[in-house]
Ligand binder design. Structure first.
Ligand SMILES: [Zn+2]
Length: 348
């Protein structure tokens, strides 16, 4: 069972939430910003669970002094907690982007729901995962709701930063910044919870760049294999016939759940190639430094700059809801073209 104490390296944000809860001063709207995988959505859902738990422990909303220092906890057993854990609590709603965007239809159907009487829970929570992925129409509709928020309802907007949000929305929210998680905290988590030895934990912590979500993904059985596959393909791209590159694009684009992780592997790889000569101690893929050195000898710095632009353009296109397959196809072609004309590696 997840509780506030299980959020790794976020004592500051958790304390702000706990204070608001204990003092009974829950704002109508929170905005949680920070890197992917640092615990923003988890914190929002835990707050919703605690506020609705029928047997919560420590720090009821009216006894702030008596429970100082003790984090409130949901029981995990009552009807409300069980529904929340199953993701089926009628008063705890998560609005996810549909095909990369939160659209006006989703806000309209939310408005209809908000008009209904709530009876199951003391507080209704609406969590917008990816609040930065709202089109203008949806954002304006949300702003209207926030201007006249319904009673007993808490909105939580989750986003990497405020740059893609309407300033008028940001100003209506209480803003909490979630920090990147310190490598030491990630290492401890990986050794204690994921059975990694010290060396493995250190490598994953450096690759995860402050994100527990990424670290957990990398700690999974098949991540090393996936990274090997992708790096092998990247090093051979310019020698492969076009038909092969299309197939590769199809494979990568088809793995939608892992696409973000695949982009991470690509970005880390090319970033390491760019820094290996000037600052070898700063590379992320430390466990395969020999491959990084070999990879660097196969590509020019100009090509690496072009590739960095291509990756950024592809990510932006995905965020604006472009066709995944076409974006990956174009990316793979650009990577192959950028790398072309340099000494061929020992591609099997
Ligand atoms: Zn409970």
């Amino acid at each position: 069972m997840i509780g506030f104490e299980d959020l790794v390296g976020q004592q500051g944000p958790v304390q702000l939430l706990v204070n608001a809860f204990k003092k009974g001063k829950m704002p109508h709207a929170w905005l949680f910003t920070g890197e992917t995988g640092v615990g923003k959505k988890t914190a929002a859902l835990e707050l919703a669970k605690i506020c609705n738990c029928q047997n919560r422990s420590a720090g009821s909303s009216h006894s702030p002094e008596s429970e100082t220092g003790i984090l409130p906890r949901s029981c995990g057993q009552c009807r409300s907690c069980k529904k929340a854990i199953a993701g089926a609590h009628p008063e705890i709603r998560v609005i996810n982007p549909s095909k990369m965007l939160i659209r006006i239809d989703q806000i309209r159907s939310l408005c209809a729901e908000l008009g209904l009487k709530s009876d199951e829970a003391s507080r209704r929570f609406i969590v917008f995962a990816g609040a930065n992925r709202m089109n203008a129409e949806a954002a304006n509709a949300l702003l209207k709701i926030l201007e006249e928020p319904p009673e007993h309802t808490v909105f939580v907007l989750v986003a990497p930063d405020t740059s893609d949000l309407l300033p008028t929305i940001v100003s209506r929210c209480q803003h909490i910044r979630f920090n990147p998680i310190a490598p030491k905290d990630l290492e401890t988590y990986l050794t204690d919870q994921c059975d990694k030895d010290h060396q493995q934990a250190m490598i994953i912590a450096s690759l995860a760049r402050g994100s527990l979500g990424r670290a957990k993904d990398m700690a999974g059985q098949d991540w090393t294999e996936r990274r090997r596959f992708i790096i092998d393909q990247l090093r051979c791209l310019q020698q492969q016939p076009r038909g092969f590159r299309h197939v590769l694009a199809e494979i990568l684009a088809g793995d939608k759940d892992r696409l973000e992780g695949i982009f991470e592997i690509m970005k880390n790889w090319y970033r390491d190639l760019a820094v290996i000569k000037s600052a070898p101690e700063q590379i992320y893929n430390r466990d395969i430094i020999d491959q990084v050195r070999a990879g660097r000898s196969e590509i020019s710095m100009d090509a690496l700059l072009e590739i960095s632009d291509a990756l950024a353009a592809a990510e932006k296109a995905m965020e604006s809801n472009a066709n995944t397959r076409l974006v990956i196809d174009k990316l793979i072609e650009r990577l192959a073209m950028s790398a072309a004309g340099f000494p061929l590696n020992q591609c099997a």
